[in-house]
Design a protein around this ligand. Structure first.
Ligand SMILES: [Zn+2]
Length: 377
């Protein structure tokens, strides 16, 4: 929350009411839980093994796609594998590292956090966009960049409605596939040129930060486009860049949407004094949803992002702890009367996202005055 102060805003920044003991109790119980189960060394080993697996998966898929694939089917299979490895690195390595959760050593977090730059998106911009704005103002339109699809869709009752959104539940799944190119060639540059993300101004990178950002973009261009030129033509590279990133972006986009843009979470509409009627911690629980919490494979592959409530409450805790602390979090929520919601399976969460998109597409009231209850199901 300290880094929130580094953001300056042109408009009144939303404020939360004071915490009435909920977060204090959560922190106490979660701390106890983590200390009780002194298995962290084993778990950290699992995290390190997973890191090696993900990186080897990426390198192997890349080599197969660029240098080995002998026909279009082999290239497509390698492209699919590479896309899933890219998403896996995003979920398991860069996300923890850029939250400072991967290790107690900041240098290791910074180094692994740079994996996001190697995948083409700036970890500098991500810090403001994700760690600060998304993790503070979750589901608040014009503050949480993750729910802003611009012209393409409407995810919140506070956003403007257009006739085309009546069918957004069918086409938005394809729009998520363009997340990668949007990060690579649009968002980072627009944000830095404007010095702004949504409504929030942020400090432009200087010195080593700028060198890291430019170096990351150049490294990405080298890996994605220049190295493949050794063996392939421009159009082949462009085609497989598009296929790979369409799959990777689609997977990442859907996983992020399942945690917030489904039936259940709140999407507060800010009053004129920008005061949110709940504390930060309560808001995090109410604006977030877990899915498939007992699915071990998903928990492994998604880097615990199916336990988003725990992640939003304790973003600097390594994701290997989320399953364990979720019991405590649920118990404290029940004690304080805070609604804790989880979909049993990923399929249920996907259906719920579809239903949410349909609800937002049908809602007939205009932007700011559209309360959720007024939407026509
Ligand atoms: Zn996060």
């Amino acid at each position: 929350m300290n880094s929130l102060n580094k953001l300056t805003t042109q408009v009144v920044r939303p404020r939360f009411v004071a915490d009435l003991g909920f977060y204090q109790e959560l922190k106490r119980r979660v701390q106890q839980c983590v200390e009780q189960h002194k298995v962290s060394r084993r778990e950290f080993r699992a995290l390190h093994v997973k890191t090696v697996v993900m990186l080897c998966w990426f390198v192997l898929s890349y080599v197969l796609l660029v240098f080995v694939a002998a026909n279009v089917w082999q290239a497509l299979a390698s492209s699919l594998s590479l896309a899933l490895a890219i998403a896996g690195i995003g979920f398991n390595i860069q996300h923890d590292a850029n939250h400072g959760a991967y290790s107690d050593r900041p240098i290791l977090n910074r180094t692994l956090g740079f994996s996001l730059d190697l995948l083409g998106a700036s970890s500098y911009v991500w810090h403001y966009k994700h760690n600060i704005l998304h993790h503070t103002y979750t589901n608040l339109s014009r503050w949480d960049d993750d729910i802003d699809l611009g012209f393409f869709g409407r995810l919140s009752p506070a956003q403007r409605r257009r006739p085309i959104y009546r069918v957004q539940q069918y086409y938005l799944w394809l729009v998520y596939g363009f997340l990668g190119p949007k990060w690579h060639f649009v968002d980072d540059f627009v944000n830095i040129i404007q010095g702004r993300i949504g409504r929030s101004q942020f400090r432009r990178p200087k010195g080593w930060e700028l060198i890291g950002l430019i170096g990351g973009k150049l490294a990405f261009v080298t890996i994605a486009f220049l190295v493949p030129l050794i063996k392939h033509s421009f159009w082949q590279i462009g085609l497989f860049y598009a296929i790979t990133w369409f799959i990777a972006g689609g997977v990442v986009g859907v996983v992020f949407q399942l945690a917030h843009c489904v039936e259940g979470p709140i999407f507060p509409i800010l009053p004129s004094d920008a005061r949110i009627q709940s504390s930060w911690a309560v808001h995090q629980v109410q604006s977030t949803v877990n899915f498939a919490p007992r699915n071990k494979f998903l928990t492994w592959y998604l880097g615990g992002l199916n336990h988003q409530i725990e992640h939003h409450l304790f973003p600097s805790l390594p994701h290997v702890h989320y399953s364990r602390i979720s019991k405590e979090v649920r118990a404290v929520c029940a004690e304080f009367g805070v609604r804790y919601f989880a979909h049993d399976s990923m399929f249920r969460a996907i259906v719920s996202h579809f239903q949410w998109l349909r609800r937002m597409g049908k809602c007939t009231d205009s932007a700011v005055t559209c309360p959720l209850q007024a939407c026509d199901l």
